[in-house]
Design a protein around this ligand. Structure first.
Ligand SMILES: Cc1cc2nc3c(=O)[nH]c(=O)nc-3n(C[C@H](O)[C@H](O)[C@H](O)COP(=O)(O)O)c2cc1C
Length: 189
């Protein structure tokens, strides 16, 4: 098996609270982001962008998440507010992949969103190839208008996900994968 195939066959999500530091080096993060940007993109529209949350800025972002949570749940406990403030600080670095479709007569918004999802997947694979572990999450706040505004999203943009990246000692156990017989058919007229 080639190294590339071995990597593709062993990628596994690792939950944010199992991701430890130190964070990826600046060079490694740039490599991951460059690979994330190297995806199929019908019309070369670049209909996605990335927001990096690192260092103390993760808690600053968390404060915006907690504030949106408090607005939704005025009776939230101190523990819940603390958890929300810490949401993006569980992993050493988090990259939000933002779908940012552009007006196009030719390329449907759907295809532009799919390209963004490919960028998120490439980010996971690049992290894995560099020896990091990662996880693609949306959680409730990816869909919250107050959080979207706080993180600078424009009206036409939405979160594809928050890719949490860090280190994980050991090999994560795999989960069951679908049997090809259940998901593959061969077209016959
Ligand atoms: C768009 C998207 C959003 C996701 N959001 C969450 C989430 O909020 N919480 C969660 O536990 N898993 C979420 N997942 C699933 C995990 O990323 C992951 O795929 C899952 O834990 C299975 O692990 P695997 O990647 O090793 O197969 C999401 C996946 C996708 C594609």
């Amino acid at each position: 098996m080639t190294d590339a195939l071995a990597l593709l066959k062993t990628r596994r999500s690792v939950k944010p609270d199992q991701l430890s530091g130190p964070p990826p080096t600046a060079e490694d993060l740039d490599t991951m982001l460059g690979i994330a940007a190297r995806v199929p993109d019908h019309g070369k529209l670049v209909p996605w962008r990335f927001i990096v949350f690192e260092g103390d800025h993760r808690e600053e972002a968390g404060a915006a998440i907690a504030s949106a949570y408090a607005a939704k749940y005025p009776d939230a406990s101190g523990d819940q507010i603390y958890f929300e403030t810490n949401r993006l600080a569980r992993a050493p670095v988090v990259v939000a992949v933002v779908s940012s479709p552009v007006e196009s007569q030719k390329i449907p918004a759907w295809e532009q969103q799919l390209s963004g999802a490919a960028a998120a997947q490439n980010l996971l694979l690049a992290a894995h190839a560099l020896g990091y572990a990662a996880c693609w999450l949306t959680e409730w706040f990816a869909y919250d208008a107050q959080v979207m505004r706080a993180f600078g999203l424009e009206e036409h943009e939405r979160f594809i996900g928050f890719v949490h990246i860090g280190r994980f000692a050991g090999t994560p156990e795999d989960r069951a994968r679908p049997a090809l017989a259940d998901i593959v058919t061969r077209f016959e007229a």
